[in-house]
Design a protein around this ligand. Structure first.
Ligand code: ADP
Ligand code: MG
Length: 302
């Protein structure tokens, strides 16, 4: 396991930012840490990266305890904090050399900086001051500094916030590439981002984990429903409609129009037609929509 979080809570004064959080991240996964603003994402990431201590609980990174082996943890982890704090007056290369120095990197640091510049696509901007770079290139500098000591695990706190659509695609592609060899945990409040980059998703709301699953599962099984709108020619008892195979709930819209919610596993429209025939009803209209992941997220974090 790359990251193990057990029963971790964090109090800021009286405010509980994390409440008994537990989860694990396996190696070479890209995990989306998804939650609305204020859910506790940054707090959890600061704890994992040894920037703040938890109030209670146990956290391991690559088998090292954050409280007792923080030096080992820091060696194994790269961190891109929220708002990516950079020294705007420093040149890209100078800054990366400075970071390499902080990590006391052995070997040729200039060579390592060059590798990072190539890896993150910074070559054409490498001679500029950081303050002169666009947000997308600043994020690349942030990623380069996070990876310079070749950590096994990367913690990226909202790495794509504030990027324009082109920059967004480029940084997502870069993270996907990085995820082929490293464990990546990235936070976001955008469901599409998780769909675009992550194999797994952990959803946090008000300091508590409300989902921990694969993106595939989330899309296909856990809670995303098919919604059928149907209008019959005559009235019908809701209890009868509910007896149709696969139906979770029914709601009368008006008159003989109904909204039927079913699990998305199978299309229940044929069942509805059969039901209509058996009950001497005519189907006047029928439409099906699949609940989006966005709606699943909204339900889980309401
Ligand atoms: P997220 O990153 O998901 O937006 P945070 O971890 O930043 O959430 O915040 C979780 C909760 O803890 C929020 O209610 C926030 O206001 C509170 N919080 C975060 N940092 C501090 C702090 N240093 N002092 C007091 N409250 C804080
Ligand atoms: Mg945050």
């Amino acid at each position: 396991m790359s990251i193990q979080v057990q029963n971790t809570s964090k109090l800021y004064g009286k405010q509980k930012a994390l409440n008994n959080v537990s989860f694990e991240v396996a190696s070479a996964e890209i995990v989306g840490f998804l939650g609305p603003n204020g859910a506790g994402k940054s707090t959890m990431m600061k704890i994992i990266t040894c920037f703040i201590p938890p109030t209670s609980g146990k956290v391991n990174v690559c088998g090292f305890d954050i409280a007792e082996q923080s030096i080992e943890v820091r060696k194994n982890i790269g961190y891109l904090p929220e708002h990516n704090p950079l020294y705007l007056d420093m040149y890209v290369k100078e800054y990366l050399l400075f970071i390499a120095g902080l990590h006391k990197l052995a070997g040729n640091r200039t060579q390592r900086v060059k590798e990072m510049i190539d890896r993150t696509g910074l070559a054409i901007e490498q001679n500029k001051k950081i303050g002169a770079l666009s947000k997308g290139y600043r994020q690349r500098v942030g990623l380069a500094q996070a990876m310079i000591h070749d950590p096994k695990v990367l913690i990226l706190d909202e790495p794509t916030s504030g990027l324009d659509p082109n920059q967004l695609t480029e940084i997502r592609n870069l993270i996907r590439e990085i995820g082929k060899e490293k464990t990546v945990m990235l936070s976001t409040h955008i469901m599409q981002e998780v769909e675009a980059i992550c194999n797994k998703v952990i959803i946090i709301n008000k300091g508590e984990i409300v989902a921990n699953t694969t993106t595939y599962e989330l899309r296909n099984n856990s809670g995303n429903n098919q919604i059928i709108n149907v209008e019959f020619d005559k009235s019908i008892l809701p209890s009868l409609l509910k007896s149709i195979k696969g139906v979770k709930s029914v709601e009368n819209i008006n008159g003989n129009s109904w909204t039927i919610t079913a699990s998305s596993a199978l299309d229940i429209r044929p069942e509805i037609f059969q039901f209509a025939v058996q009950n001497n009803l005519t189907v006047l209209t029928i439409t099906k929509t699949i609940q989006s992941l966005e709606e699943v997220f909204q339900q889980l974090t309401r």
